[in-house]
Write a protein that binds this ligand. Structure first.
Ligand code: CA
Length: 243
């Protein structure tokens, strides 16, 4: 079992200490950066499996760090916000974070969120293919799914709209995959959250709404009037089969 490497970006010493001890005890390898500039350098050199990113940082803000990491990487990112940072939280999710957690939080809750975003990350699947972790079974091959102009290839982890490649984060990709696999049918909110974030997900459902919004902005011709991903009030979402 390989240890998953977590990059903690945090400037408050008390949090750094608690996280280092707590996550170490959970079996993670912990690397620490104390400001945004250091975070970007550490990210390049240590290639973490997940980034736990505080928003309020000296030198370069957490939002800017997130934006810069997303230019080159789909690594899972969890934003850490202060209770009052509602607006930043939404912005953070919109620019590509996979989830967020507000201070103060409990270690148990944080670890549950971390495991949920780490599940089925491309890195982990790669380790599995190389036999670095678990499974003797060969990885199943899945066929590409195509509905309208939207095409998703699970093996290559690629999405195109009208033949043009679209860059999706890991969670956006999983979300789109579930909706496409069920094209023409309503997928309930709880089902989506279970499947994409894990049955032990303890966050609120704003995360799902923001991911849907982000996905629409990437694949819909007119995101404010979606023709692919439609909202079924009180139930969930549906990917329109006939468009
Ligand atoms: Ca801070």
């Amino acid at each position: 079992m390989n240890r998953q490497r977590i990059l903690i970006v945090e400037d408050e010493e008390a949090f750094v200490d608690a996280l280092s001890v707590g996550l170490g005890a959970e079996g993670f390898e912990v690397i620490v950066a104390r400001d945004g500039a250091e975070a970007l350098i550490q990210f390049e050199s240590s290639k973490p499996d997940l980034v736990l990113l505080d928003l309020m940082l000296p030198r370069i803000s957490g939002l800017e760090v997130c934006r810069q990491i997303r230019r080159t990487s789909q690594v899972p990112i969890i934003m850490v916000t202060a209770k009052s940072g509602e607006i930043d939280t939404v912005v953070g999710l919109e620019i590509g974070a996979d989830d967020y957690i507000s201070k103060p939080y409990r270690m148990r809750e944080l670890v549950a969120r971390m495991r949920a975003v780490l599940r089925r990350s491309p890195e982990q699947n790669e380790h599995q293919r190389k036999g670095l972790i678990g499974s003797d079974n060969p990885v199943e091959s899945h066929r590409a799914i195509e509905v309208g102009d939207v095409r998703l290839d699970p093996d290559r982890h690629e999405v195109t709209v009208g033949g043009e490649p679209v860059r999706l984060t890991l969670k956006e990709f999983e979300l789109l995959e579930i909706l496409l696999n069920n094209a023409g049918r309503v997928v309930r909110r709880e089902t989506i959250i279970d499947r994409v974030w894990g049955y032990d997900y303890v966050g609120d459902t704003k995360t799902l709404d923001v991911h849907i919004k982000r996905l629409r902005s990437k694949i819909e011709p007119t995101p404010s009037r979606p023709r692919y991903i439609v909202t079924i009030r009180g139930l969930g979402y549906k990917f329109e089969h006939e468009v």
